[in-house]
Structures are given as structure tokens and as C-alpha cells.
Design a protein around this ligand. Structure first.
Ligand code: SAM
Length: 276
């Protein structure tokens, strides 16, 4: 019969997956961490009961959170990743030949160590890459302490609770603005337009108040709440809908140059969130 894992995504909705194995469970200083094998989505990282990534659908999220902002910038030499403990975002960032250095700042060393052990498909760049740097620190503090340093910043955070709460705040967006060079841009995962409309409205308002260009884009991630996932970009100069990048031909599975533009074409209900 097998055991089933359920993430209660809202008080009224959940996702349930049949599991074949529970490989690891622990309470870290920051969160409850589990690695389980599911029949449909393969190996899954779960933090505080919430699905973070699965080996079957992770490519959608990681390609879209990295290549959209990186290919918007004509010369993305320095990239900063906040969070991203499983390593998928760092893996995608260092694939990009024009990225000279990708720094990842993750608060919880246990997420990194456990991903290195159980999620080899995602964590390859965490095991040592000549252009990757890993720091175990609070991303909020790190951003405050490094002004005018980065071309692109990617906020690959957990949901806005616990240590990630401050990663969805106006003061953090102001620190990101200061940490970017004069033509820099940033992208953050900003949850589901179906289930997190208030959060998307607030985050978009705050990013639009901080950056001259603010845009929302979407991708389909089957294991995330509602399956429709949003990302928000704040940019000082380059419009992500008119990308200035050099579009290297990488081993994409979801991202394409056409999809890059298409992802900004929003369904009416999502576009309306940004107006209100
Ligand atoms: N892709 C995932 C999603 O949307 O569900 C998120 C992946 S990644 C595992 C998120 C990481 O953000 C976690 O490992 C967590 O420890 C980290 N994190 C949370 N707050 C942080 C902070 N203030 N500074 C740095 N990392 C943080």
C-alpha cells in the first residue's frame, strides 16, 4: 500500500504523494528537514512540511529563476543567490559561461549537507565548482553588508515564515537595490497567484516602489501550491521583456528564448493583482 506524504498547502488544500522511502528526517536549528522518495516525483526535499523541490520537476523552477534574470543582463559577471540550499539554482547559475562568480548565501548548513548527500542531481555545484562560492550566513545581513557588488541577485527562499520572512520585506528590497551595481537586477520566487494573492500584491508594490522596472512572470511547477508559480523581477535598467543577454545555448529543458518573453504575458487575473 505504501505511505503517503501530504503537504497542507492552505488550510483547505493539500498535495498528496505516494512514498517509497523516507531517507532522512531531522530538526535543524532553523527548520524541520526531510528527504523522501515519492513514486511520481522522485526524491523530494521537504522543509517544515512544505515541498521545496523534487528531482522530477525541479528543472522548471531552477531554470526560470536563474536564466530569466541572467539572460536579461548583457554582462552578468557577479551573481548572488540568497537561500537555494538544495543547490539547483547555483547549478544553473554556473552553467552560464558569462557568470564569473556565483556566490550562494544559505542560512542553514544542514540543508546544504543533506542535499549534497541525497540530491546529487541538484547539488553538483555545492560540492566544489571553480566559479561557485558558498557562504553559510543570513542572507539579509550579507546583502546589507555588500553594497554595489552584484549584477544579478536571485532570492531562492522558503515560504515567508521563520528566517525567510524578512526576505519578502520592503527593507530587504532596498538593501538588494543597494547591493546591485548601477545596472543590476534581481529576481525572487513570489509564490502562487491563486493562493498567495495578498503576498504577490504587497511584494510587487514594494518592488515597484524600489526599482524603476518591476515585472511578474510565471511558470508551471506541478508540486508547488496550485501548480502556477510566480517570480518577480526588480531591475534598475534592463527590461526583462527586452532582454539584453547573449543567450548561450545551454542544456535547457523548460527555458527557451521565446518562453523567456512569453512568461511575462500574464493571465488577466494575475495582471489584475498588480494593478490593485
Ligand atoms: N525552491 C524552493 C521553494 O520555492 O520552495 C526553495 C528552495 S531553498 C531549499 C530555500 C532555502 O532558503 C532554504 O534552504 C532556507 O534555509 C533558505 N533561507 C531561508 N531564510 C534565509 C535567509 N534569511 N538567508 C539565507 N537563506 C535562507
Amino acid at each position: 500500500m505504501g505511505l503517503w506524504f501530504t503537504e497542507k498547502q492552505t488550510p483547505n488544500v493539500g498535495i498528496t504523494c505516494k512514498t517509497s522511502n523516507t531517507l532522512h528526517v531531522e530538526q535543524t536549528p532553523f527548520q524541520h528537514l526531510a528527504i523522501i522518495d515519492t513514486v511520481q516525483f522522485g526524491r523530494m526535499l521537504v522543509l517544515d512540511g512544505m515541498v521545496q523541490t523534487t528531482v522530477v520537476d525541479e528543472f522548471v523552477y531552477h531554470e526560470m529563476i536563474v536564466h530569466v534574470p541572467v539572460n536579461t543582463h548583457p554582462d552578468p559577471k557577479r551573481v548572488l543567490i540568497i537561500g537555494g540550499g538544495d543547490g539547483g539554482t547555483l547549478r544553473e547559475a554556473v552553467k552560464h559561461p558569462y557568470v564569473e562568480k556565483a556566490t550562494m548565501v544559505e542560512i542553514d548548513a544542514r540543508v546544504v549537507e543533506t542535499s549534497k548527500e541525497y540530491l546529487p542531481e541538484l547539488s553538483s555545484a555545492l560540492k566544489g565548482h571553480p566559479r561557485a562560492e558558498l557562504l553559510i550566513l543570513d542572507g539579509i545581513k550579507y546583502v546589507e553588508e555588500n553594497p554595489n557588488t552584484f549584477d544579478v541577485i536571485i532570492v531562492d527562499s522558503t515560504e515567508p515564515v521563520g528566517p525567510a520572512e524578512g526576505l519578502f520585506s520592503l527593507s530587504f528590497y532596498r538593501s538588494i537595490f543597494a547591493a546591485l551595481k548601477e545596472d543590476g537586477l534581481f529576481a525572487a520566487q513570489t509564490e502562487s497567484p491563486f493562493f498567495n494573492s495578498d503576498l504577490i500584491r504587497r511584494v510587487y508594490r514594494d518592488i515597484a516602489a524600489t526599482f524603476p522596472i518591476a515585472k511578474l512572470y510565471l511558470a508551471n511547477v506541478p508540486t508547488y501550491p496550485s501548480g502556477l508559480w510566480s517570480f518577480t523581477i526588480g531591475s534598475k535598467k534592463y527590461d526583462p521583456e527586452q532582454p539584453q543577454g547573449r543567450f548561450p545555448d545551454l542544456d535547457y529543458r523548460y527555458y527557451t528564448r521565446d518562453l523567456h518573453r512569453a512568461a511575462f504575458t500574464l493571465p488577466r487575473f494575475a495582471a489584475d493583482l498588480l494593478k490593485s
